[in-house]
Design a protein around this ligand. Structure first.
Ligand SMILES: Cc1cc2nc3c(=O)[nH]c(=O)nc-3n(C[C@H](O)[C@H](O)[C@H](O)COP(=O)(O)OP(=O)(O)OC[C@H]3O[C@@H](n4cnc5c(N)ncnc54)[C@H](O)[C@@H]3O)c2cc1C
Length: 402
């Protein structure tokens, strides 16, 4: 049983504690559905993910990822609830967490920047789990370096014509729509990008390849060939695409950190059960001091991550428009520390730790990509340092002007 003392920290309210308890109960009641079989091939994986999205929608959990479900522009998401949801789902099932997260990330730009009409068209079905969302920013030459984006959208009357390729797109192949970023050329670099919603069946859009990864989820490459998109599908203003992407990531990066925290907590619980039960040299493995050192490090990493995750979510919920610094710190620390926690867990399990089918073996594969996507750890360090330079310089100038 995981440590739950963090739920009493002042970052969280009574409604959050109720949400956490309710979701934990639901996850235990649906354990069989959340730990699906049939992942052997692409069709099986796709079917499982569709079922999970529908299950999360039917049970009402997806309402938390879609704030503007009722068509009210600008209504805020409760990031603390999102974090609790992702942490808890990740604890029970990495795939369920993935399905939940992508509904929010893929539709977030519509929630934050879509017209009331776009929100009405897309969001209720996302919240119900009837429509699957995806977020298509990355390209082969433009992952960390978003400014190198080559996909282009050219205005043609009341349409845009989109050409280019997007890769490593989660939900490629099963999504019903994609939030797509492309160069519209208002200015050089990231200031010349725009964001669009593109229906999966829009002529000119195809999934050109599927990509296998160590912890399977639907992932692939999208190809746009003279894909005509109504201009009404533009999110925000022309040239506002980078802002759309960053404002969305500003919210969802903290939730990636929360998912990593859920993986770490699960690894720690599995390890505690193992070391307390495993006999070694005539005593439980837990009695060895080096085991105790490992456990102490794991618990410390988990608590420090939780502090950063819920601090970031609390600041955002408190009304601060951007939490770039707090979210970067939470993502960097929580994902890196979760990797260490899980690695220690695998070590303490010995040969069992690398045996297919063991929970810690699955977690070892699942955590890895969280240190890469939605901004690699190095990118988070750059963000944190630049933020600090800016803060220091502003402070320095102010003091010298007096
Ligand atoms: C499982 C998975 C799912 C994904 N899902 C999506 C999705 O749904 N939508 C989407 O748009 N994209 C998605 N991505 C893409 C992801 O966002 C990119 O992989 C990520 O941004 C890194 O880009 P890249 O792979 O091109 O690596 P590169 O940009 O080539 O970077 C390679 C490495 O260089 C290092 N690095 C980067 N920048 C710096 C720096 N400034 N200083 C020092 N070192 C640096 C980092 O270690 C980084 O990992 C997904 C990726 C994965 C692995």
């Amino acid at each position: 049983m995981s440590d739950s003392s963090y739920l009493d920290w002042p970052f969280l309210e009574a409604r959050h504690r109720r949400l956490k308890a309710e979701l934990d109960r639901w996850c235990r009641a649906n354990a069989r559905l959340l730990d699906p079989q049939g992942l052997k091939d692409e069709a099986g994986l796709d079917a499982v993910c569709r079922d999970l999205v529908r299950l999360l929608g039917d049970s009402g959990w997806l309402n938390y990822s879609v704030p503007a479900n009722d068509g009210k522009t600008g209504q805020a998401l409760d990031v603390r609830s999102l974090c609790l949801l992702r942490e808890t789902l990740a604890y029970h099932s990495g795939l369920a967490d993935f399905c939940f997260a992508m509904q929010g990330l893929g539709s977030g730009p519509i929630s934050f920047f879509g017209s009331p009409q776009m929100q009405e068209t897309w969001l209720p079905a996302v919240a119900a789990g009837k429509s699957i969302a995806a977020f298509a920013l990355s390209e082969k030459q433009a992952g960390s370096d978003v400014g190198a984006m080559a996909s282009r959208a050219e205005r043609d009357g009341d349409h845009y014509i989109l050409n280019g390729e997007k890769t490593w797109i989660s939900n490629a192949g099963i999504a019903d729509f994609y939030t797509v970023f492309a160069r519209t050329g208002e200015a050089p670099g990231v200031r010349g990008l725009s964001a669009f919603v593109v229906a999966a069946d829009n002529p000119g859009l195809s999934v050109s390849e599927r990509i296998d990864i160590i912890a399977p989820h639907p992932l692939g490459t999208l190809c746009f060939e003279n894909c005509r998109i109504p201009a009404t599908q533009l999110l925000g203003e022309p040239g506002q695409g980078f802002q759309v992407a960053m404002a969305t990531l500003d919210v969802f990066r903290t939730t990636v950190a929360a998912a990593a925290l859920g993986f770490a907590r699960r690894a720690c619980d599995e390890t505690l059960a193992h070391v307390l039960g495993r006999e070694l040299f005539g005593a439980p493995l837990a009695e060895l001091q080096m085991t105790q050192a490992s456990i102490a490090d794991m618990v410390l990493d988990i608590d420090s991550s939780a502090l950063l995750v819920y601090r970031s979510a609390w600041v955002k919920d408190g009304g601060q428009e951007r939490v770039t610094r707090e979210a970067a710190m939470a993502k960097l620390h929580s994902t890196e520390r979760a990797q260490k926690v899980i690695d220690r867990a695998v070590q303490l399990f010995g040969g069992l730790g690398v045996t297919s089918g063991q929970v810690v073996e699955r977690l070892y594969r699942e955590i890895r990509s969280l240190r890469i996507y939605e901004g690699a750890s190095e990118v988070q360090k750059v963000i944190i340092a630049r933020n600090e330079y800016k803060r220091f310089t502003t402070h320095f100038r102010k003091n010298h002007q007096r």
